[in-house]
Design a protein around this ligand. Sequence first.
Ligand code: SF4
Ligand code: SF4
Length: 349
Amino acid sequence: MFEFLFGEKEYLSCDWLEYGIHFCYNGIFNCCEFIHGKNYIPVAGVNYNNTYDFTTFFKEKEKARKNMRKGIIPKRCIGCNKPKVGLWSKKLQIKNIAISSVAKCNSDCIYCPNHRMRKQINKIKDVPVYDFLKKCIDGKLISTDCHIEWGGGEPTIADEFDKISYLLLENHLIGDFGIHSSGIKFSEVLVKYIKEWSKKEYRKVMDDPKLSHGIIISVDCGSRELYKKIKSFDNFDKVWENITRYCSAQADYQSDVKVKYIVIPNLNDTIEEFEKFLKKAIEAKVKWVIIDIENQWFSININNEEKLKQYIVIIKTMEKLCKEYGLKQTYYSSFCYLIDKYRDFYDSV
Ligand code: SF4
Ligand code: SF4
């Protein structure tokens, strides 16, 4: 009946396969395996001589969608737990975009998947995204409530950063938007985003505590010595100075500049260090803090209940400290999985 009325049909599929694009530096995919974790492999990679072929991508995508409608799961999706039975629209529309088309970064975090290859990775040319995106916009393929997540490498040093940003700003596609920056380069374009988000039309989604929107900068510590150990370079003062400048561009009620603390076991996992970080955040006029647990450690220790619970206790103490300091606080991907895994224990701490 739904198919007859709205072109919708109930079957097993996933938001990314149906409605997603991931612009990655090594190809264009239906989904973002970096977002979803290690078992999730992109289904339709299309990358010819480092260019993005618009027609081929959508032809492949349609083929995968049609197969899902017939109950045929693409080989590369087997094992992924994202698919769910739902009503899926026959009409092709893009509701999820992940951009990581730039591999280079001006930081070198020890937990970065590219840490050991940073020098080689920094030589990889950015993949041009602007023309592809523009074609999608001109073809009215992108839904107005599309979720966009722009991550690393470092977006602000991407060749097309300004061009793509203005395209998104002009087309009002920044209402459900998160951008991850090292904070090392100050960007006037990021200030533009901040000012634009103060408009009423964007506030509801931007303030949603379930989502991580806005500009997200992982500092992970409150002291210079530790910053150098974690990020390989001494940009501690510069980063906090830039965070302060971004925060001062926010209207009073806004909290779209968020600082993240990735807990790295045996390195920055003390409450003392976290408290130093909170003091720096308050000095910079940050209002929202995000906490996560380092992903590689988490993957290795996924079955070590004792260790994982130990970190739930530590992070719960950090959460309480944020409240005492009057800061909004949310969690990020790996720690959200951890809470889901030990929900009762988390609630009891
Ligand atoms: S099912 Fe998993 S691997 Fe396949 S497109 Fe969806 S998120 Fe990606
Ligand atoms: S800022 Fe992000 S992309 Fe850059 S080194 Fe750190 S984790 Fe990697």
